[in-house]
Design a binder for this molecule. Structure first.
Ligand SMILES: [Ca+2]
Length: 206
C-alpha cells in the first residue's frame, strides 16, 4: 500500500530507514541497494499503484528454434522468500529466483518485499498470468501443466524434510516413517509437509 503523502519520495533511500508506512515497489522511492530491474508508479483514480519487475537477460519462450522454442514445453521454477525485519526495519535480504529449463536466469538475494510495519506479513496469493499493459493485439495461448507449490525447490539439492537420507527422492520407507511422525504430532511435520511428501513419492520415489 502506497503512502500517498510520500509519493516518489524522491527515491531517497535514507527515508526508507526512518519509517515503515510505505510501499516497497516504486511509488514511495526505491532503495539503491535492492535488486530489481524495473519499477512502475502511476495514478489510478485517486491513488497510486506501483509494481516491481525482475527480468531475465533476454526473451525466453521466443522464436521457433531450440532452446527457447515457444512451442516446446519448458520447465519453469520460481522461488520467493520474504525479507527479514530487524530493529523494526525491513532488511534487503529477500530472495527472488527463476529457473528456465534448469538454468538460473533471475537471481536476487537483496529484495525487500515487506516493511517493518508488517513484520508478520506472508504470501497469501499465487498468480500465474500473462501481462501486456494495454492488452494483446492478437489472441494468444499458453499452457501450464504439472504445477507444484512447495516450501523448497522440488528436484533440487535442497531436500524435503521427509527425504531423510537426502538422496533427492522420497521412498516408501521414508514416506511411511513421515506419516508415523505426523500421527504422533500433526504440527511437526505439518499436513502441508505431509502432502508435499506424498507428492514427491508419487512423482517417482526412489
Ligand atoms: Ca530418500
Amino acid at each position: 500500500m502506497n503512502n500517498e503523502s510520500r509519493i516518489m519520495n524522491n527515491g531517497i533511500y535514507k527515508k526508507y530507514l526512518f519509517f515503515a508506512d510505505r510501499s516497497v515497489s516504486g511509488c514511495n522511492g526505491v532503495p539503491s541497494n535492492i535488486g530489481y530491474d524495473h519499477v512502475e508508479c502511476y495514478l489510478s483514480g485517486s491513488v497510486h499503484w506501483n509494481g516491481m519487475d525482475w527480468k531475465g537477460p533476454s526473451p525466453y519462450f521466443f522464436g521457433t528454434t531450440p532452446p527457447n522454442n515457444k512451442s516446446d514445453w519448458h520447465f519453469v521454477e520460481a522461488y520467493f522468500k520474504l525479507n527479514s525485519i530487524s530493529g523494526g526495519t525491513g532488511q534487503p535480504d529477500g530472495i527472488v529466483q527463476y529457473w528456465y529449463d534448469g538454468s538460473l536466469i533471475i537471481d536476487h538475494s537483496n529484495v525487500i518485499l515487506r516493511t517493518g510495519l508488517h513484520p508478520n506479513m506472508k504470501f497469501n496469493q499465487f498468480i500465474l498470468a500473462p501481462y501486456i499493459g494495454d492488452g494483446s493485439p492478437a489472441d494468444q495461448t499458453f499452457w501450464i501443466d504439472n504445477l507444484s507449490v512447495a516450501t523448497f525447490r522440488p528436484g533440487s539439492q535442497q531436500c524435503h524434510k521427509s527425504d531423510t537420507n537426502k538422496d533427492g527422492c522420497v521412498s516408501n520407507t521414508e514416506l511411511f516413517a513421515f506419516i508415523d511422525l505426523w500421527k504422533v504430532d500433526s504440527s511437526n511435520p505439518t499436513l502441508k509437509e505431509l502432502i508435499e511428501a506424498i507428492g514427491l513419492w508419487k512423482r517417482g520415489g526412489c
